[in-house]
Design a protein around this ligand. Sequence first.
Ligand code: C5P
Length: 421
Amino acid sequence: MNTIMRDLTAGPTPLLENKRILLIVAGGIAAVKAPDLIRRLRERGAQVRCILTKGGANFVTPLTLASLSGEKCYQDLFSLTDESEMGHIRLSREADILLVAPATADIMAKMAHGMADDLATTALLATDKPVMIAPSMNVMMWTHPATQANLQTLQTRDVRIVGPGAGDLACGEVGDGRMAEVPEIIAALARFFAKAPNRGPLSSLKALVTSGPTHEPIDPVRYIGNRSSGKQGHAIAAALAELGADVTLVSGPVTEADPDGVKVVRVETAKQMMKACKDALPAQIVVCAAAVADWAADTREAKIKKDGGAAPTLKLSENPDILATLAQKGPLRPDLVIGFAAETENLVENAKAKRARKNCDWLVANDVSQMSGTFGGDSNTVHLVTADGVESWPTLKKRAVAERLAERIAAAFNHQSQHQS
Ligand code: C5P
């Protein structure tokens, strides 16, 4: 896999290559993210053409969008030159997807009601192509029943929604309404394009994902466990399935719902997890995201009584290392083995050492110090360690981390098959 990873760290996403994206930039502060969005899309081989609304032009200039997209930035519905060169109908049809980012409360309302009073809304009404929106607004505007009703209307018309996230808003308030981060929007587009043609880029591949904690019983009522929620592992299983992989998720005890389209095998202990993983082989992709307990206790058959004497001593024995076992050289070794490293200090250094020690191809290092809020939280800040170096990703929703990782996995296999053919 090493040659593949060299290309991966450069960041191409074949899923977006040559895709034509009509980006509609409406009038919200998140319009300032449009230049970065365009840059990242073009880095991935997408062609971007922009429509800038009057409101949007208060935050970003047409010249910036034109320079970065390498195309004229369209603004005026009644422009004689634009209409003769490129009618608004053609503009709305010569795209693979229309992306509204940021989508303000105003443009969402106009879309929901079929209004067409400027170039952006006219293109949105005239298009026969899929539409995705990245809402961005104040929290009260977002939660207002009018906006929520418009959102529902748009969803029933199959408009795809990415975000919004929670956080500090430009207005000084805090809450839902922050536009999805650029990587999240890119992941959503990649997923869209992966699903659109046939069954996705991982459709011929089997993936095995471990998730959640393990519980190591001490006696019939007590166990040794840890704080893993399974959110990250489950999201990875879901994201791989969305890209078409045949996914087996081996999960320790969690409250997370089973992801759609994934075969779930529930286990309690590390030994059971090890066996379920071996049973799921062969697989081309393995992602070990479970927080496997390092030690199992010598289980007592009856509940240990508190009899006023000395506290009982637990006899522990080391559990099998599932990741290291699966990554061992051999005929059943999957093509791509990915481990996680939950660390509280010296994150990247420890992750590099762990990658080598466990013989895995990629290692996703995440900070689980109490400050990070990773355990049980919805977000994760990770570093992807490969043979070629370390890539630090911004703080993303666990779902977005999963989608990005799945995208990278798809890119690796796509590249491999291109080289083999
Ligand atoms: O050694 P450490 O627990 O930090 O390694 C973390 C990585 O190894 C994770 O990918 C985890 O799923 C995997 N692991 C495993 N079996 C173990 C211990 C860890 O698969 N017994």
